[in-house]
Design a protein around this ligand. Structure first.
Ligand SMILES: [Cu+2]
Length: 270
């Protein structure tokens, strides 16, 4: 019976396209789809969590020990000691050492994220109250991306996350993302890629990702930007190079940035 269920579930999974999004009762991170995110998850799971747990357990033990051992009935004459040089040096030095142990791998990941490798494609994300606009500057493509209302959702589309026009990028390519905003602060965040950057009016921030697996990835605006902050999700669909080229040829027509093109024509004819 188990075998049949297993085969059945495999068949089912194979048919449903891969998607990464928040799940009910989720505790940890979303599955990583880029090297950066894998490193972030490793850092959190294997270094931060053990240190946090060890410190919490140690402090809890100290508190319980102090409560029981030095309670008034067991210790009627309390000590009047106010200083202890050895203890003071230790409780300064040990936290410093712990912070250094955390800082080294943390900075390594931060700097790696900060250095953008040679980009294969560049996209620009512009935050608006309350939707995202996207441009492919090298392809003369521009479009807006609105959340799909609950009543209009297809069965495979998640609530509050699916959008009408998805960002399409090829798999295993370095995608540079230019991020800005038109009105107030927003933030372009995609957990599976380990990407989160503020979108600041009048300033262009940069980040990058290299998605390693085809599928649909969901993110959300991550800077409180007004009444509909929760309703401006981000959907990135990672496709094969062939599908990307097909999409490009359609999008160049459907989402053509006509005005600029016309301006250029005008300038050229002058
Ligand atoms: Cu926003």
């Amino acid at each position: 019976m188990k075998k049949i269920l297993f085969i059945f579930s495999n068949l089912f999974i194979a048919q449903v396209a891969f998607a990464e999004q928040p799940k009910d009762w989720q505790l940890g991170f979303q599955n990583a789809a880029s090297e950066t995110m894998r490193e972030i998850v490793w850092f959190h799971d294997n270094l931060l969590l053990p240190i946090i747990i060890a410190i919490s357990v140690f402090v809890l033990f100290l508190m319980l020990y102090a409560c029981v051992r030095f309670r008034a009935s067991a210790n009627p004459n309390p000590s009047r000691r106010t200083h202890n040089v050895a203890v003071e040096i230790l409780w300064t030095l040990i936290p410093c050492l712990i912070l250094i142990v955390i800082a080294v791998p943390s900075f390594k990941i931060l700097y790696k994220q900060d250095t953008i490798p040679k980009a294969d494609i560049t996209i620009k994300a512009i935050g608006y109250q309350w939707y995202w606009g996207y441009e492919y500057p090298d392809e003369n493509i521009i479009f807006d991306s609105y959340m799909i209302e609950e009543k209009d959702l297809r069965a495979d589309q998640p609530r509050l996350l699916a959008v009408d026009n998805e960002v399409i990028v090829p798999v295993n390519k370095v995608v540079k993302v230019l991020i800005t905003a038109n009105d107030v602060l927003h933030a372009w965040a995609l957990p599976s890629f380990g990407v989160k950057r503020d979108a600041v009016p009048g300033r262009i921030n940069e980040t990058w990702f290299k998605a390693e697996k085809e599928g649909t990835y969901y993110g959300q605006c991550s800077e409180l930007c007004g009444i509909k902050h929760a309703f401006m999700p981000i959907t990135v669909r990672v496709v094969s190079e062939k599908d990307y080229q097909e999409w490009l040829s359609e999008a160049r027509v459907k989402f053509a940035k006509e005005e600029i093109e016309n301006d250029k024509l005008k300038l050229a004819s002058k």
